[in-house]
Design a protein around this ligand. Sequence first.
Ligand code: ADP
Length: 257
Amino acid sequence: HSHITLLVRIVSYGAGLRLLIAQDVTQLRKIEQMRKDFVANVSHELRTPLTVLKGYLETLQELEQPLSPLMSHSIQQMQEQSERMQYLVDDLLLLSNLETQPKRILCVDIPTLLDKICKENEKLNNSAGRIELTLETKAHIKGDEHELRSAFSNLLGNALKYSPPRSWVKVCWRQTNQNLILEITDEGEGISDAEIPRITERFYRVDVKRAHKVAGTGLGLAIVKHVLLRHDAHLVVSSELHKGSTFSCVFPLEKKC
Ligand code: ADP
């Protein structure tokens, strides 16, 4: 059986004139599904050879006899690059799972989750910024804890990565009349208005020269965007060059549990 998917739109032209447009999007859906399957397969299949490679590199480095400078430099480079590839594959797989796997919705204790994420990041970046966590509300929300953790952790990681050492990163969980909002504010290098719309694209990194100094895959904010969309939430970015940025995750109040 072949199913046909129709996209039906009603276009109004005023004065009671309406047009019904039906478009066959079967082919588009198929191509989109093929793309998703392809990314899922590739990222999955790359993991095994990568693990083997890293294993051999470790063995080489632990060799008894002293290595020549060229040899030890080469091994170090290969290790760094395979590490980089590991991050890419992990992020791709995560992104792909977001497109293909169902969410596991539970009531997530956001204050506790944020506390954990802040502590983890403080340990990882002990030379970099300092984190101040403010919990204005104790609200929990219905969501997938694993997904929310990676989104929040990506945002906090970025705030620290793109800021000077010992600057402050402020994390605030609060409630307004209509929303629950997680705000992450840094005193970092900021992003220009022209770049803001592009930073959630896959693999997009602002200013490649600058970005090369900081490790990253360009997939973090794409992951954040997807996770939030899956929770009926959205990302708001406000930023000023050389002053800092605020990334806000805005959840509808109905998500509260
Ligand atoms: P990356 O792996 O490069 O960090 P992301 O998708 O997380 O990828 O972010 C995309 C780009 O947006 C980054 O390369 C960086 O240029 C910019 N960016 C993200 N967060 C911040 C921030 N807090 N301050 C300044 N620039 C940022």
